[in-house]
Design a protein around this ligand. Structure first.
Ligand code: FMN
Length: 176
């Protein structure tokens, strides 16, 4: 398998962009841009993402039990870049919000899922994190269009893009 070809092929699958945020036991804020976020289960409500083992914050991610998934809006490309710089001062100029359970949240995210760690699995050079969603915050006033990542580039959904709901009888996923 040619790694570059594999990477390019994976880039054919468009995703949104999230920033996972948390506070370590020592009180340090951590955050990481991710495109590996996805939905898993409605009941119980589960989501997943994967973290590369070589990231500087990998050990911190393994040690925390609560985190938030902040889904970025299309105007948050800079936020995505800021939280994707290894070891950088990711929280600079961010007005951190804190949830009732003490998890740091990003302002202006399209939606935020607050999670407790449910399970972690081996995922090769990544580790797969399964989170149980305990709370959701929808910032209705900023809810616009999501930031999209496709072929290694940030994209925006055109307001003129056609949108078709799947017809009756098409099952999206049990219950979705
Ligand atoms: C659009 C985008 C998506 C990314 N998705 C992931 C991901 O799913 N998992 C991951 O481990 N890193 C992902 N990264 C890279 C991390 O954000 C980056 O390595 C981060 O700076 C690691 O921080 P640290 O080394 O300071 O812990 C992504 C980066 C970008 C720009």
């Amino acid at each position: 398998m040619d790694p570059r070809k594999f990477r390019n092929a994976l880039g054919q699958f468009p995703t949104g962009v999230v920033v996972a945020t948390a506070r370590t036991q020592a009180g340090e804020l951590i955050g990481m841009t991710m495109s590996s976020f996805n939905s898993v289960s409605l009941d119980p409500p589960l989501i997943l993402f994967s973290v590369h083992r070589k990231t500087m914050s990998f050990e911190a991610w393994q040690s925390i039990s609560r985190y938030a998934i902040n889904v970025l809006n299309e105007d948050q490309e800079q936020v995505s870049n800021q939280f994707a710089r290894a070891g950088g001062n990711k929280w600079e100029d961010i007005s951190v919000l804190t949830s009732a359970s003490g998890v740091p949240l990003l302002p202006n995210a399209a939606v935020v899922f607050e999670c407790v760690n449910h399970a972690r699995y081996d995922g090769g050079d990544h580790e797969i994190f399964l989170g149980r969603v305990e709370a959701m915050h929808e910032h209705a006033f900023t809810r616009g269009r999501p930031l999209v990542f496709f072929e290694g580039r940030y994209r925006q959904l055109a307001s003129t893009a056609t949108a078709h709901a799947p017809p009756p009888g098409v099952e999206l996923l049990h219950g979705w």
